[in-house]
Design a protein around this ligand. Structure first.
Ligand code: FA5
Length: 348
């Protein structure tokens, strides 16, 4: 068989083989075997030395054409196989946009933040200002301005973390009352404020006490504020937080900064007054302290107590949340356990 025929046969055989190859590795191997230095085409070209000189250019040109054609066939197959790989990938990775998506688990404000926001919204709706105060507070505002001089036995009601003689971690939000009274300009109108925030006491942690908890202070001062205003305000608050059919009752109590002072109970939202474990079978749950602001507090802040007066209250949102959601241990709020906290996803 002459060289030209050998080349033609090589072309026919390998062109068919290339078309039948199923993957890129096989194709690459075939390219090396066929067109490499030890391949059959090189082998055929080696035989050219035995040809007549006039034949060599023609056979040489023909051999190069066969080589180019085979390279072209390999290239074409390569393109087809690569396209097939891409098509398969696309088919496998097709996204069905009509399938329902995975729900994104979103965070939610802490349950205490939710209840404080709710209380704030209630009071903002009644025309109150929200005023912040420092957590590291002066003895002067935390006690003295509130009618609790040094060595007064009432200091024992709130076991306090002192930083030095003058500074302490505030044990109540009432100092914000004193600070606000001192600067409020009554010629411009009455004072209606709340002050939510963290407070600290050297209480031993147990199911209903924490050494760090929250309070919302409230204060209303004007010319003719009465105890009936206090009662109406607290009833509306209790109904907002615990449900429209709640009742409240006021019991006499003592706070140095209010006179008279009261403890306020809400009718039990679980048993509706019949008696259950939550209200300790009394039908009532104590939720806050309140009273009519003591004249000494007004006078200490430079407000004329013969002209102005009003009410103040201090509630514990931690206890509100415990009662509202039936939580039996205040420490749950501060332990950061997601299994507990995630139960209180905020709606909307
Ligand atoms: C006061 O702190 C007064 N300043 C409230 C007040 C303000 C009365 C204005 C009159 C006028 P008391 O110590 O009772 O009062 O605390 C108020 C509320 O804070 C309590 O009803 C309770 O809900 C909460 N509280 C008190 N101690 C703790 C504690 N250790 N852990 C969690 N909550 C507490």
């Amino acid at each position: 068989m002459d060289l030209k025929s050998k080349l033609e046969e090589l072309f026919e055989q390998n062109q068919a083989k290339i078309k039948g190859l199923k993957d890129l590795d096989q194709l690459n191997q075939t390219r090396v075997e066929l067109l490499g230095k030890k391949g059959p085409i090189t082998e055929v070209l080696r035989g050219m030395k035995d040809l007549d000189a006039s034949e060599r250019p023609k056979v040489g040109a023909f051999a190069n054409k066969i080589k180019d054609d085979l390279q072209g066939a390999i290239q074409e197959r390569k393109h087809t196989l690569e396209q097939a790989v891409i098509n398969q990938k696309l088919a496998e990775e097709t996204i069905d946009v009509t399938l329902p998506g995975d729900a994104v688990v979103s965070g939610t404000p802490h349950i205490l933040a939710q209840i404080m926001d709710d209380i704030e919204e209630f009071f903002i709706g009644q025309g109150y200002q929200v005023i912040d105060g420092p957590e590291v507070e002066e003895d002067h505002y935390n006690f003295e301005m509130l009618n609790i001089p040094k060595n007064h036995p009432a200091r024992d009601m709130q076991d306090t973390f002192y930083i030095d003689d003058q500074l302490l971690m505030r044990s109540q939000t009432s100092p914000v009352q004193a600070r606000t009274l001192e600067v409020h300009d009554f010629s411009k109108g009455p004072l209606k404020m709340i002050s939510p925030g963290r407070v600290y006491r050297r209480d031993t942690d147990d199911a209903t006490h924490s050494h760090q908890f929250h309070q919302v202070e409230g204060l209303v001062i004007d010319r003719h504020i009465t105890m009936a205003d206090l009662k109406g305000t607290l009833l509306a608050l209790a109904q907002h937080v615990f449900g429209a059919d709640r009742k409240i009752r006021l019991r006499p109590s003592f706070f140095p900064f209010t006179e008279p002072s009261v403890e306020v109970d809400v009718s039990c939202f679980r048993c509706n007054g019949a008696g259950c474990a939550i209200c300790k079978y009394s039908g009532w749950i104590e939720v806050l302290g309140a009273g009519m602001v003591h004249p000494n507090v007004l006078n200490a802040a430079g407000v004329d107590a013969t002209v102005y007066g009003g009410f103040a209250f201090g509630l514990g949102p931690d206890r509100f949340a415990m009662l509202k959601y039936g939580i039996d241990d205040i420490r749950s709020f501060y332990q950061g356990d997601q299994r507990f906290l995630s139960q209180f996803q905020q709606e909307g």
